[in-house]
Design a protein around this ligand. Structure first.
Ligand code: AR6
Length: 166
């Protein structure tokens, strides 16, 4: 596991994970950046999937992106912490890893799911991301590298702190 501070749309990895909404309808944040990088083909592919529940993931091609695939993960909206947000956020990371393993993807990059428009507290989200990936990777022997991609300096520090504590 590694951390980089970069734009996820320009990374060269097997699959990029998107922080999507349950309609898979595109939006702002990293979702908007990925949709802008690909264009109409991605809107059409997402529409054909018919949505995705919170905590779930769906796969599309990477189209024009340098990644082969995009995994669309639907994180929870932060509502104070008593609405199963932690388990739903962990589910995004776990299900994305299982899907990547099934598709024989070896490298993947995650944005900080739910940490922008959906308002998840950053430190807690970084802990869930790192601990869930660490506990799930032993079940996914084909995955060689997971990169946490951040736009926010505080997130980078939280990821690094979590990785050091493993
Ligand atoms: N590369 C890497 N990280 C990015 C990029 C980028 N290009 N752009 C933003 N981030 P958000 P959410 C970071 O809001 O909270 C959309 O409208 C950003 O700094 O993209 O899960 C969807 O359609 C933050 O740390 O996702 C949904 O409706 C993180 O990515 C909703 O937003 C996630 O922020 C999902 O909200």
């Amino acid at each position: 596991m590694t951390v980089v501070w970069d734009d996820i749309t320009i990374l060269t990895v097997g699959t990029v994970v998107n922080a999507a909404n349950s309609a898979l309808a595109g939006g702002g944040g990293v979702d908007g950046a990925i949709h802008r990088a690909v264009g109409a083909e991605l809107y059409d592919a997402c529409r054909a999937l018919g949505g995705c529940p919170v905590g779930g993931v769906r796969l599309t091609s990477g189209f024009k992106m340098s990644s082969d695939y995009i995994i669309h993960a639907v994180g929870p909206v932060w509502e104070g912490g008593d609405n199963n947000e932690a388990e739903l956020l962990a589910s995004c990371y776990r299900e994305a890893l299982y899907l990547a393993e099934d598709e024989e993807i070896t490298t993947m990059a995650f944005p900080s799911i739910s940490c922008g428009i959906y308002g998840y507290p950053h430190e807690e989200a970084a802990r869930i991301a790192v601990q869930t990936v660490a506990s799930t990777l032993p079940e996914c022997l084909g995955i060689e590298m997971v990169t946490f991609v951040t736009y926010d300096q505080d997130m980078e520090e939280f990821y690094l702190g979590e990785l050091e504590s493993l």
